[in-house]
Design a protein around this ligand. Structure first.
Ligand SMILES: [Zn+2]
Length: 390
């Protein structure tokens, strides 16, 4: 096993309060870190660094944990740039636009879908994302959902079965029949390729009863639950997530006080997706309200061809700070440790001894620049599982 010493870190974010300044970010000034194989072997002050097989001097650049993007929809074909343009001209976003992507995805070959996923994951990696969750949900047939998940599984273990994304056109008059399919033959075909089960619980998609049926069936099949909830209006999704012990409730834009309380009590992570509000010109969720109540908050891209076609976690951090009132420290934590919590992972999202060596070297002296310099490609180098991948 070879070791690499990264030294000369102007500042090193560990997300471990026992390191450095004792803050939630565990910020080590003038730090160093040793990568042993695929793990972090040591970290601390530069002057205490042990010897290693190789040494890389970062010249004062900041190091942060690799971003954990816990919500994306990368398996699709076609794009919806025209719909975006229409929306910017004043048309509202609704759940129905998904249908056009479903048509294109069904018509695409496995190779085309896999190429799109690989291209988008590479794009994410270049921007510092080292863990990504990928959902199905644009196939909506047994075969197309199963192949979507098989393709997603080539790039990540965090695969999510989202057969209940919308009701496809052929079931428009038989929602119960579609729920039967999603919880029956489609689940049987998809469960071997999925870790998670998800449902779009929203007006125009699935109501509380259908969503409960979908998630419960998935959990019986050994999948863990997560949910699209309270995006377009006050809905039952967040309460359902808390009732079922889901890992995360995603969007959380429209919340009653009881929803915030339920998230805080249950420990369900609220994953905020500010790129969606940015791209749909919609009101942002109130991050401070959640944080003040003690809710664990994650940030993710929701990268998808309809409501938000960005793959950039740094953009989401900048938006969270500018538009949702998060501090740069809160936003970075949410984009790393928060994302890991949303995926129930303790090996990523932080830099401590034994953690997977996933990190981003920033072309900046401090993580603050992620929010301070929006739109600038700050990822100087990206390491994943001990290998430099970008
Ligand atoms: Zn989504």
């Amino acid at each position: 096993m070879t070791s690499v010493l990264l030294t000369g870190c102007g500042s090193l974010v560990t997300n471990n309060a026992s390191h450095g300044d004792g803050s939630r970010l565990g910020l080590v000034a003038d730090g160093a870190l040793v990568i042993d194989g695929d793990r972090v072997g040591w970290l601390g002050s530069r002057r205490d660094a042990p010897p290693a097989d190789a040494v890389v001097d970062l010249g004062g650049r900041a190091v942060v944990p690799g971003f954990v993007d816990a919500h994306s929809h990368l398996v699709f074909a076609g794009d919806r740039a025209e719909e975006f343009a229409a929306r910017m001209a004043g048309e509202p976003y609704t759940a129905g636009g998904i249908a056009s992507t479903v048509t294109a995805t069904r018509a695409a070959s496995d190779e085309e879908l896999a190429a799109t996923v690989a291209r988008l994951v590479a794009e994410m990696t270049r921007q510092g994302t080292t863990t990504v969750e990928v959902k199905s949900g644009y196939g909506l047939t047994v075969i197309d959902e199963a192949r979507s998940l098989a393709i997603a599984g080539r790039v990540t273990p965090e695969t999510t079965y989202l057969g209940a994304h919308v009701v496809p056109a052929e079931y428009a008059d038989d929602v119960a029949g579609y729920v039967d399919l999603v919880t029956g033959p489609m689940l049987d075909a998809c469960a071997p390729y999925a870790r998670w089960v998800d449902v779009f619980c929203e007006q125009g998609a699935f109501d509380a009863d259908a969503a409960r049926t979908v998630l419960s069936a998935g959990m019986r099949a050994g999948l863990q639950a997560r949910i699209h909830a309270n995006q377009l209006g006050h809905g039952p999704g967040v309460q359902l997530a808390c009732e079922l012990g889901a890992a995360a409730a995603d969007h959380c834009t429209y919340l009653h006080d009881a929803d915030v309380d339920a998230l805080a009590q249950s420990g369900v992570v609220a994953t905020l997706l500010p790129g969606v509000e940015f791209s749909t010109r919609s009101p942002y969720p109130d991050a401070q309200r959640l944080l003040a109540a003690g809710v664990t908050v994650a940030l993710a891209t929701d990268c998808n061809p309809g409501s938000c076609y960005t793959s950039s976690m740094p953009l989401c951090i900048a938006l969270a700070v500018r538009e949702m009132g998060m501090s740069p420290a809160q936003a970075l934590w949410a984009a790393t440790a928060g994302g890991a919590a949303a995926l129930r992972r303790d090996d990523v999202g932080h830099l401590g001894v034994g953690a997977r060596a996933d990190l981003v070297v920033l072309d900046a002296p401090s993580y603050l620049h992620l929010a301070y310099r929006p739109g600038v490609p700050l990822a100087h180098a990206v390491w994943r599982a001990g290998h430099q991948v970008a």
